[in-house]
Design a protein around this ligand. Structure first.
Ligand SMILES: NC(=O)c1ccc[n+]([C@@H]2O[C@H](COP(=O)([O-])OP(=O)(O)OC[C@H]3O[C@@H](n4cnc5c(N)ncnc54)[C@H](OP(=O)(O)O)[C@@H]3O)[C@@H](O)[C@H]2O)c1
Length: 241
């Protein structure tokens, strides 16, 4: 951990959906490792309530994947405040039940906007600064649902996460020559509000959001010539992806 902290000291980390769930733990873990934080959430007050105070090392910004120009505005604020970014964590996401026979196209469109287009827009806006870093990292928080569809109701969510996986693989190529490395993190059930949205109650033996955050922080410290591009993380309730 000491070597890890040395590598991360003063790096600027951008985290979307940092006010709760996995994003909150990721932000806390990077802060403990000595990073500067550029945190995005739909409601800045929620970030403050989660324990983050604005300072020269912590920038709190409004970010809503459904609002046109939101990604670009956040990046402008980061440029003014820090002038650099080392790590982008595309974490914000949404789950709605959509099966192959659902009539509700709005929910499918919502997941496309937030889960697939959200990371695409944030990455597009952040890539110039990540390229300048020489060891830029993009963590795409996807899901085992980016690899397989486990139940009819998760079909629409899986469609958005498979699309986000395609984006991830394209990003690996886009930043490669400038030392940008992209890491797809694919958890199964994680004990957050989203798991309750999926299951109706908190599933037994889910991964903890703290454990997912530790994986992410460790993964970004690997050197450019040894980065893991995709991590499947199995909770105790699922042995295979
Ligand atoms: N929990 C799981 O079982 C699980 C498993 C695999 C992958 N994941 C993925 O992990 C990531 C984090 O999920 P989580 O479990 O931490 O879920 P969560 O507790 O429900 O948190 C979701 C986060 O995304 C934000 N968000 C939702 N819609 C947004 C929008 N339009 N614009 C910007 N931010 C928005 C939420 O903000 P508000 O607070 O304002 O709503 C919140 O910060 C997601 O990408 C999810 O797909 C979760």
């Amino acid at each position: 951990m000491a070597a890890c902290q040395e590598q991360l000291k003063d790096r600027v980390v951008m985290v979307s959906g940092a006010n709760r769930g996995i994003g909150l733990q990721v932000a806390r873990c990077f802060q403990e490792a000595g990073c500067c934080l550029a945190l995005g959430a739909r409601d800045i007050e929620k970030l403050e309530k989660s324990g983050f105070t604005p300072s020269d090392r912590v920038l709190l910004s409004s970010y809503d994947a459904l609002v046109p120009g939101s990604a670009e505005k956040w990046l402008e604020e980061i440029k003014k405040h820090f002038g650099r970014i080392g790590i982008l964590v595309n974490n914000a996401g949404v789950y709605k039940k959509v099966s192959p026979e659902s009539e509700n196209e709005d929910d499918l469109d919502l997941m496309w906007q937030v889960n697939a287009k959200g990371p695409w827009k944030l990455t597009r806006a952040a890539l110039p600064l990540l390229r300048q870093d020489g060891q830029g990292r993009i963590v795409n928080v996807l899901s085992l649902s980016a690899r397989r569809v486990k139940s009819e109701g998760t079909t629409g969510y899986g469609m958005s996460k498979f699309a986000a996986m395609a984006h991830h693989q394209g990003v690996r190529l886009a930043g490669w020559d400038d030392g940008v490395r992209a890491i797809a993190v694919c958890p199964g059930f994680v004990a957050t509000d989203m798991a309750v949205d999926v299951m109706g109650s908190m599933p037994d033996r889910a991964s903890s959001p703290e454990a997912i955050a530790r994986w992410i922080v460790n993964a970004v410290t690997m050197p450019n010539d040894a980065v893991v591009s995709e991590l499947s993380i199995n909770p105790n309730c699922e042995a295979f992806c």
